[in-house]
Design a protein around this ligand. Structure first.
Ligand code: ARG
Length: 592
């Protein structure tokens, strides 16, 4: 069985005390959590505030009775009550150190397994194909992949689904452009580049000046694109074969990027996967009365009583007057498929903030439809995790302005820049080693820079900041681990262990307490969909190492026991930092 977190150990004590005091009927005991301020002990329970009402007495009195009934436990040095009724736990330093050793010896490094037996579907990256992946796809890919790793670390079964945009009129445009302008030589040399060139060529060919009507020739091109789309969707063999070619070329491009970023999907069910069921979805939603006809189109209307902010009086079109289904129609079909296939507890969508209304409509509309089909709707919880825009060194990137940066170019650039930093800091290492380090540092810097910001904020990516050796950056954290490895090498430790931590003095004791909060940080990052919570935690944790090195010598400690204790303590640090980085999709390095 997994080792219990400190919070779980203490919560069990409170449950027993509450039971003994005769209060167990009054409500479940919430998790005991780390105190925000060391004055209030190490951990705190607010249970007295939850049950004092029915008892018609002050929280302080309730807390007194709970504390009197509290069983003894080796972890607890002292329990006291803060003025108003918070129950504060002051924990025993030696017990904490021993418990830390147990936790970081566990394969989960003490992360509470809240997801055992549960499934979450995470829909992320999801680019539109036929074009190269550009930087606009970066945040969904990186944030989504980190949520993926966060959930996995807490024992959830994650189904990562890449809902690529591989259907609809862009495909018809590609088919027309292929017939018109294909450059076979370029296709052989740079397949994805040629597809992108064709797509752009189509856009250029139908572009009109502001306020001007398209010419007859432009109109004809657009009509052809619509006709080719319809043929493809009806199963035409030639178009299907061409489309499969586009798909394969795009897949190779995508997989190359995902490989470099350390991203893997369980399924890639793009929009095309749902083509065959869209007509049934439209008919079905209409039959239940959740959707209605509106000037030839079919729409789901949202009234004034949805209770969802921003949804009021909007409508989701699920079929256009010309019969075509839309993005939202596919999303309704996708929800049905996910629930039928995986019965998930939660489904999380990671896209940019501009899709907020879309997902409110889809979530609400789909739930209405389910209710109308009288299905149980206890789950799944539907979550849209959205993020702000990305600028690079102050530039807003937009395909319209023609300054889109390709993701592959950005990754190449990250290597070049990281290489300069590594050559400077570690010129003594052999070439192959510096090459390997720069590859890791480059990708890590991009990932970490993105993840360390609140997702909903706009991000201004800066190479100098991302690659800085100090501050809340990937290089700083990677270096903290590499330095521990270097100390271990100097000490001749080949299989570093974690037992025998004594935690002398304020800094070492703070390190132990901080490491014990790892599980809480992971849980908070996961539940709030904010990887930056974990970044902040890791940064704070690594910061303690600098204080530690300033006050405690490891290699020439005063006694052998002290040396062993300190070696164990930094090994515990390394385990938590490495696991934390690995959840962020960053591989730790042994040297830097
Ligand atoms: N392909 C869409 C885009 O590039 C994102 C898809 C998100 N997922 C979904 N189920 N709608 O904006």
């Amino acid at each position: 069985m997994a080792v219990q977190t400190v919070s779980e150990v203490l919560t069990t004590l409170v449950v027993r005390a509450v039971d003994k005091a005769g209060f167990s009927e009054l409500g479940a005991v919430g998790a005991v959590s780390p105190s925000s301020n060391p004055r209030f002990g190490d951990y705190q329970s607010n249970h007295a505030f939850r049950i004092n009402r029915p008892l018609r007495t002050a929280p302080k009195n309730v807390a007194d009775q709970i504390v009197s009934a509290m069983p003894e436990h080796a972890a607890v040095e002292k329990v006291d009550i803060a003025g108003n009724g918070f129950i504060n736990f002051h924990l025993d330093a030696a017990w904490l150190a021993r418990h830390l050793a147990e936790l970081v010896s566990d394969e989960n490094i003490g992360i509470e397994q809240t997801g055992t037996g549960k499934v979450v579907v995470i829909d992320y990256s999801s680019p539109n194909v036929a074009k190269r992946m550009h930087i606009g796809h970066m945040r969904s890919t990186i944030i989504g992949n980190t949520l993926h790793r966060l959930y996995e670390s807490a024992g959830w079964r994650v189904v990562a689904d890449n809902h690529i945009g591989d259907w609809g009129t862009p495909m018809g445009k590609m088919i027309v452009a292929w017939h018109e302008w294909l450059d076979a030589e370029n296709l052989a040399a740079d397949a994805i580049g040629e597809l992108e060139r064709l797509y752009v060529a189509f856009g250029d060919a139908v572009k009109t000046a502001k306020g001007e009507e398209p010419t007859a020739a432009q109109q004809a091109l657009m009509d052809r694109a619509r006709a080719e789309t319809a043929k493809l969707q009806a199963g035409d063999a030639d178009n299907r074969a061409l489309w499969e070619r586009f798909m394969e070329i795009s897949r190779v491009e995508r997989d190359g990027i995902y490989d470099r970023l350390g991203v893997k999907f369980d399924v890639t069910l793009g929009e095309s996967f749902y083509n065959d069921v869209l007509a049934d979805v439209i008919a079905g939603v209409k039959k239940t009365g959740v959707a209605e006809d509106s000037e030839g189109a079919v729409v789901i209307r949202f009234g004034t009583d949805t209770g969802v902010k921003g949804l009021k009086k909007t409508a989701l079109v699920i079929q256009k007057a010309d019969g075509a289904a839309l993005y939202g129609t596919t999303d309704l079909a996708t929800l049905d498929h996910r629930v039928a296939t995986w019965d998930p507890e939660r489904i999380i969508y990671v896209t940019d903030g501009r899709q907020q209304l879309h997902f409110k409509q889809v979530f609400y509309g789909w739930n209405q439809w389910r209710k109308a089909r009288s299905e149980e709707i206890a789950r799944p919880a539907l979550v849209h995790t959205w993020f702000g825009t990305l600028k690079i060194d102050g530039e807003i990137l937009s395909s319209r302005k023609g300054n889109v940066i390709r993701l592959s170019d950005l990754l190449d650039e990250s290597y070049r820049r990281a290489r300069v930093v590594v050559d400077e800091a570690s010129g003594q290492l052999p070439e192959a080693e510096r090459d390997r380090i720069a590859k890791v540092v480059g990708v890590a810097s991009i990932r970490y820079f993105d993840l360390s910001q609140n997702p909903t904020s706009d991000v201004n990516f800066s190479w100098d900041k991302a690659l800085a050796m100090t501050g809340n950056t990937a290089p700083y954290l990677l270096y903290a681990i590499a330095r521990i490895r270097s100390i271990q090498r100097k000490a001749g430790v080949t299989e570093p262990g974690v037992s025998g931590i004594v935690a002398e003095g304020a800094v070492e004791s703070a390190m132990v307490r901080q490491l014990l909060k790892f599980s809480a940080a992971v849980n908070k990052a996961m539940e709030s969909q904010r990887p930056n919570v974990l970044c902040d935690y890791l940064f704070e944790t690594a910061g303690l190492l600098n204080k530690f090195y300033a006050s405690s010598r490891v290699l020439d400690a005063d006694t052998e026991a002290q040396k062993l204790s300190r070696l164990a303590l930094i090994e515990a640090m390394a385990r938590v930092l490495s696991r934390g980085l690995s959840i962020l999709g960053i591989k730790a390095l042994d040297r830097m």
